[in-house]
Design a protein around this ligand. Structure first.
Ligand SMILES: *Cc1c(COP(=O)(O)O)cnc(C)c1O
Length: 372
């Protein structure tokens, strides 16, 4: 069925003719899950591609996050960002951890280290920041705070596939990082995710945790969960890896075009590349200043939609505004003022490898025309 609407993203699928032989192989072996050959191969190739020592594949990013918190035995309070996808905080909730929201810095929307430090209480055990839109957090400062207060640091790196700073993967920062390979992410295995760890023992523990806590046929060492990636997803992922560099390059071109087209529009701000960072161009957020632009974010969002352009307000509402989490704002966070402001201004424009130049031009024109 032909649908003329343009959505914020569209997944890359591997060529079907390349996938079929892999399916035939899996059908023949009947090894369809439980650390099969494709699973092992994808772990190896991903670790190489990403430049990380150890990776454990998961059935999705949320379960990877839940398991990472289990693995480090995190309890009490964890300081996190309200400006993220709701799964970041849900993972704390499912581990019986109290989320404490701190404000973000106003430019790149990542946790503000000063606000994090101000939110620490005797109950705090860890910090859970997000590399929002794939832009690296201020790791130096966060790490310093974590070290001085004896806290764990776990990154929700769901947006940060392939991102490097000074040539080094940002997934190597901190205790553990998690990735999501959901269909909407830069690299997808339909559903999927991973934990990046830094020593063989931790990887082994994570691998046990994602398989019910089994360490042998008759030995269960702790209450694990079932969060394994299956062989079909892993085979699909291996094909995705072959094209990922081209996919990211295409995203970069569209990003350039958006930046060029939107640069002279008063009241529409976008994010620039950061020096020494290798970006993955996962999202293209724009921030609408109603007064300068002459139209509200929601009005522009509606106008785009009326023209078949379905941007997304990532991240609106803030996680701290959802019913279950209303009472967990840190008293020192000054009511999350930057988070509230950015959340009320943001629209992520469509960005994916097959978005054609004509379409992004027409999106730019709609934004230009709207202006008074
Ligand atoms: C997508 C996403 C998740 C959840 O990943 P799933 O694979 O969908 O479970 C977690 N955190 C952030 C920031 C995300 O964008």
């Amino acid at each position: 069925m032909k649908d003329n609407r343009t959505f914020v993203t569209q997944p890359v699928l591997p060529p079907l003719e390349e996938f079929i032989p892999l399916l035939e192989d899996i059908w023949k072996s009947k090894h369809i899950t439980n650390n099969g050959p494709y699973h092992q191969k994808l772990e190896k190739e991903l670790a190489e591609y990403l430049g990380v020592p150890y990776i454990s594949l998961f059935s999705n990013g949320t379960l990877a996050l839940l398991t990472a918190l289990q693995c480090l035995n995190i309890k009490g309070e964890v300081i996190t960002t309200p400006y993220s996808f709701v799964a970041t905080t849900h993972a704390l909730w499912w581990n019986n951890i109290k989320p404490v929201f701190a404000d973000i810095e106003p430019e790149y929307c990542n946790l503000d280290p000063e606000k994090v430090e101000a939110a620490i209480t005797p109950e705090t055990t860890a910090i859970l920041p997000v590399h929002v839109y794939g832009n690296p957090c201020n790791h130096e400062k966060l790490k310093d705070i974590a070290d001085r207060h004896n806290l764990r640091l776990i990154y929700d790196a769901a947006h940060a596939f392939g991102v490097k700073q000074n040539g080094e993967s940002i997934l190597n920062w901190s205790d553990l990082s998690i990735l999501s390979f959901h269909a909407t992410k830069v690299f997808n295995t339909i559903e999927g995710g991973a934990i990046i760890s830094h020593d063989a023992k931790t990887k082994e523990r994570i691998d046990h945790l994602k398989n019910f806590g089994f360490t042998g046929e008759t030995t269960v060492v702790e209450p694990g969960i079932n969060a394994k990636m299956n062989e079909l997803q892993a085979a699909y992922g291996l094909l995705q890896l072959k094209t990922i560099d081209n996919d990211i390059a295409a995203r970069k071109e569209i990003t350039k075009q958006y930046r060029e087209g939107l640069k002279d529009i008063d009241g529409v701000r976008f994010l620039e590349d950061i020096e020494n960072v290798t970006h993955n161009y996962a999202y293209f957020p724009v921030f609408v200043d109603e007064e300068k632009y002459g139209m509200s974010r929601d009005a522009l969002y509606g106008k785009l939609k009326a023209n078949g352009i379905h941007g997304r307000r990532y991240f609106y509402p803030l996680i701290s505004c959802f019913e279950p989490y209303k009472n967990y704002v840190s008293a020192s966070a000054e009511n999350l003022c930057h988070a509230h402001q950015l959340s009320s201004q943001v629209i992520c424009l469509p960005l994916y490898e097959e978005l054609c130049i004509k379409k992004s031009e027409s999106i730019i024109n709609i934004i230009k025309e709207t202006r008074i």
